[in-house]
Ligand binder design. Structure first.
Ligand SMILES: [Mn+2]
Length: 360
């Protein structure tokens, strides 16, 4: 029996063909660590159980976005897996597979397809998930949906039950790392962990000889370690946009102090400009939030249009945000930098405030 997951993953691109029936194992469109790891490991489990199903994991985001998941970049490196071998959305034409009657779709870490993929629903044959069951799949689909802390826990249970010998350092690292991150290191205080998560994690630690404290601390650090990302990627890592009347607003959440950002990238304003143009925005905000060691919020306002900038800045300065202008050594006069003293106003809360202003 071929027990080498790395070998299986290395062959994915060469072995994939949209001319032959395949089973695609796919996580949700947010493609967090749980979705990515569950897809990769469950496809490997299916392959070990019955390779004739031709299982292929599919990472449900463009390849270029993978580097934004810094914790996933770290964990795959730690597991010794080169992500160049993995299949991303642009590598597989799911609609074509389905139209040709060649698609079996297994969902992991979600049980209802995103609206853009809803046309694939009748191709769903299986589901492994830990979210509330939305019952948006064919009745014949084989489902295992349970409210555990991580979908990776359910995948781990399958391996522990009947593919134990496949649990090596690489597979163990992927599964354990994901379970630890999703359950905040199995901490009951965080309210995410269940007995099943703890049990699976403990067995993985024993079998693969892993140091869970070390792994969790590194993952937690890497999740917030955005030092590898440039301004453009910092802005799009955690980004939302809205059309508010005639104003198109985009807000990026950035996990870095403005001072650090500006010293890292003195061209911050031109990068904001590129970002704004590409997304046809009128107003671009960056809400910086970080713990260093005190939780701190800051705000960057980028509006190229002079009168709209004057209006936006005046409105924000007069609002409850508690803005305090920050003197930052940047030549950009279309960028305004602030400390935000009111820590209670997150993006979720700021959006409706701006909606009232721009639509009112
Ligand atoms: Mn999940």
């Amino acid at each position: 029996m071929n027990n080498d997951m790395t070998k299986f993953l290395k062959g994915l691109k060469n072995n994939f063909s949209d001319q032959k029936p395949v089973t695609i194992v796919m996580g949700n469109e947010a493609a967090d660590l749980d979705s990515i790891v569950s897809a990769v490991t469950y496809a490997w489990y299916l392959y070990l159980s019955d390779s004739s199903q031709k299982p292929f994991p599919l990472i449900n985001i463009p390849r270029a976005d993978f580097k934004l998941r810094t914790e996933a970049v770290f964990l795959f490196e730690e597991a010794g897996i080169n992500i160049d071998h993995l299949l991303f959305v642009e590598d597989v034409d799911l609609d074509k597979l389905k139209a040709g009657g060649k698609l079996k779709l297994v969902l992991v870490d979600h049980n209802k397809l995103a609206s853009g993929q809803a046309g694939l629903e009748t191709a769903i044959t299986g589901i492994i998930d830990h979210h509330a069951d939305e019952e948006s799949y064919p009745p014949a689909a084989v489902t295992d949906i349970r409210p555990v802390g991580s979908a990776a826990t359910i995948v781990a249970e399958y391996f522990l039950k009947d593919q134990r010998e496949a649990i090596d350092k690489s597979l163990g690292t992927l599964l354990l790392g994901t379970i630890l991150l999703d359950t905040v290191n199995l901490d009951p205080e965080a309210g995410r962990v269940t007995d099943d998560d703890s049990k699976a994690a403990k067995e993985l630690i024993d079998i693969a000889g892993l140091d869970s404290k070390k792994l969790f601390d590194k993952l937690q650090f890497e999740k917030f370690n955005v030092s590898s990302l440039g301004s453009y990627d910092l802005l799009r890592k955690d980004y939302k946009e809205w059309q508010l009347g005639s104003v198109k607003l985009g807000i990026g959440s950035v996990l870095l102090p403005i001072e650090k950002w500006v010293s890292k990238d003195p061209e911050i304003a031109s990068e904001c400009g590129r970002y704004l143009k590409e997304r046809k925005l009128d107003v671009l905000l960056a809400m910086n939030a970080f713990t260093l060691p005190e939780f701190t919020r800051q705000l960057v306002v980028y509006v190229p249009d002079n009168s709209l900038r004057a209006d936006t800045v005046a409105f924000l300065e007069g609002s409850d945000l508690g803005l305090e202008k920050l003197n930052v050594n940047s030549s950009a006069n279309s960028c305004t930098f602030y400390n935000q003293k009111n820590l209670g106003i997150s993006r979720k809360k700021l959006q409706p405030i701006l909606k009232d202003h721009f639509e009112g």
